[in-house]
Design a protein around this ligand. Structure first.
Ligand code: KIV
Ligand code: ZN
Length: 515
């Protein structure tokens, strides 16, 4: 059986999703989880694009030991130099070089002739080979490129030393049949093509990213590029979990193997969704909340009699837990630490101690602490207070049916100053957010507000997700508390702290346009 390599680009193309900006710690956590999932390659970012990206790629390359870590690079020496500096400490450094090859991109974006594009691509691959043992070359907008030109440039970059050739459907335009044909065309028209690996990279603008990736595999691709939950530019990239499970469940048809640990899929999906703030739709294949729910009576009856009547994927295959462990107020630090480890989180001694305090506080108010509660607390402890400028000291909100909602907030800023403000609003959340805006002394536009309960029960934890715009920075925040208003305040402050950090990194850290 052929082996298919999974190239995960959640941290690069996925992070290009609107409103998603992960900090270093969050990226590192996702990279560690991708390592557990056993993807083959992690694209950790675009090192030349910003100092933040450079630092994240470097740290991920130095941390991850059992996957190859790569970074994106334009076909220019300065990008390649930055990528080498970031990636050289990796277990198997590789470079991902790209240049556009379609007439539309060459004429309007690059303003280069086809000959100039070939020259730049070849020169970049040759230069990259001085440093990198593995160079992957991508023809941006390959699917709208002229096939003879595509074959010509691919032949040249192979001669120059590229060992992986990626054929992106950058704008999500191709159909499965046509995509398969491009792979066959290249195999029939490019000398030495059998010496390199062919890779698929699909976007989902027409909802065909997964099926196109599968078509590429059927027609000779041995690598697929995808993201967790299908996040990415515009409509997103091909969803890793869908391709992986399709290959597994229909092994009889595809006849390929992967090295993925499918049981880590659900956990990876949850982590990426929580950290990016991008919701997984309930009906999403493989990882949606309803992916294994049988609703109709006929289906339920069938499944009770024999699971395979209506269930082609077992929840256990992708790591959906069949039971949730419950801790309570008598559980000790040891039990807590064990459960945290069983859930797959690595916490330092100090983080465990802080988590234990939060756990005890919650256990005093809530009888059963479930795995979901614990994960919510871990997230708060591990990620939500990272590099924070504003810290919540207290809130007080007054609401009555015939009164004007009023909020008072006390915050501490990064310089140790205490800030106290009060304001009103049409509702309690608006009053709270108006007050916080006064504290920040900056206009904040609320783009989205979502609230959900962590598990069931009237005493459940509330989790609030917000998307905001501060000046021209769009970012997200989340907050967890038993009280919905406290959770709302925490989410707003979390988003503001991210915006402060992003703005602080601006200037020296300007993102360049990628694809
Ligand atoms: O979609 C695309 O073309 C890309 C390339 C940079 C590989 O993401
Ligand atoms: Zn892409």
């Amino acid at each position: 059986m052929r082996n298919i390599k999974f190239f995960d680009t959640t941290l690069r193309d996925g992070e290009q999703s609107a409103g998603v900006n992960l900090n270093l710690q969050e990226k590192l956590e996702i990279a560690r989880q991708l390592e557990r999932l056993r993807v083959d390659i992690i694209e950790a970012g675009f090192p030349a694009s910003s100092k933040g990206d450079f630092a994240a790629v470097k740290q991920i390359a130095e941390t991850v030991r059992t996957c190859s870590v790569t970074g994106l690079s334009r076909s220019v020496r300065s990008d390649i130099d930055a990528a080498w500096e970031a990636l050289k400490g990796g277990a198997e450094p590789r470079l991902h070089l790209f240049i556009a090859t379609s007439p539309i991109h060459m004429v309007h974006k690059l303003r280069m002739t086809p000959e100039q594009v070939i020259e730049a691509a070849v020169e970049a691959v040759k230069y990259a080979k001085r440093f990198f043992p593995i160079v992957q070359w991508s023809a941006e907008d390959a699917c709208r490129s002229e096939r003879p030109f595509l074959a010509k440039i691919v032949a040249e970059v192979i001669k120059a030393g590229a060992s992986v050739i990626n054929i992106p459907d950058t704008v999500g335009y191709i159909t499965p049949k046509e995509y398969g044909e491009i792979f066959l065309y290249l195999q029939n028209n490019v000398p030495n093509i059998e010496k390199v690996s062919l890779s698929a990279h699909c976007h989902d603008d027409l909802g065909m990213a997964v099926v196109n990736s599968l078509a590429a595999i059927e027609h000779g691709a041995t690598q697929v590029e995808c993201t967790i939950n299908g996040i990415g530019e515009r409509a997103g990239n091909a969803a890793l979990e869908e391709i992986a499970v399709a290959l597994h469940i229909r092994k009889d048809y595809y006849q390929v193997e992967t090295r993925l640990n499918l049981q880590e899929i659900k956990r990876t999906s949850n982590l990426v969704s929580k950290l990016t703030g991008v919701v997984v739709p309930p009906n999403k294949a493989v990882v949606g909340k309803n992916a294994f729910a049988h609703e109709s009576g006929i289906h339920q009856d069938g499944v009770l009699k024999e699971k395979t009547t209506y269930e082609i994927i077992s929840p256990e295959l992708v790591g959906v837990p069949s039971n949730s462990m419950v801790l309570g107020k008598h559980s000790g630090r040891h039990a807590l630490r064990n459960r945290v480890e069983e859930l797959g989180y690595t916490l330092s001694e100090e983080e465990i101690n802080q988590l234990f305090v939060r756990f005890k506080e919650l256990a005093d108010k809530k009888k059963d602490i479930t795995d979901d509660d614990l994960v919510a607390l871990i997230f708060e402890e591990k990620f939500d207070h990272f590099n924070e400028f504003y810290q919540l000291s207290s809130i007080q909100v007054q609401y009555g049916t015939n009164q004007i909602p009023t909020a008072v907030v006390v915050l501490k800023d990064g310089k140790g100053n205490e800030i106290q403000e009060a304001a009103t609003g049409a509702g309690s959340v608006e009053a709270l957010y108006n007050t916080l805006e006064r504290c920040f002394q900056t206009a904040v536009t609320l783009l989205d507000y979502r609230i959900e309960s962590v598990g069931g029960g009237r005493d459940a934890l509330a989790q609030v997700f917000v998307k905001v715009r501060v000046n021209d920075v769009e970012t997200s925040g989340r907050g967890t508390a038993q009280d919905v208003l406290e959770a709302s305040a925490k989410a707003y402050i979390h988003a503001m702290n991210r915006a402060v950090m992003i703005e602080a990194m601006r200037g020296e850290n300007e993102k360049v346009a990628t694809t």
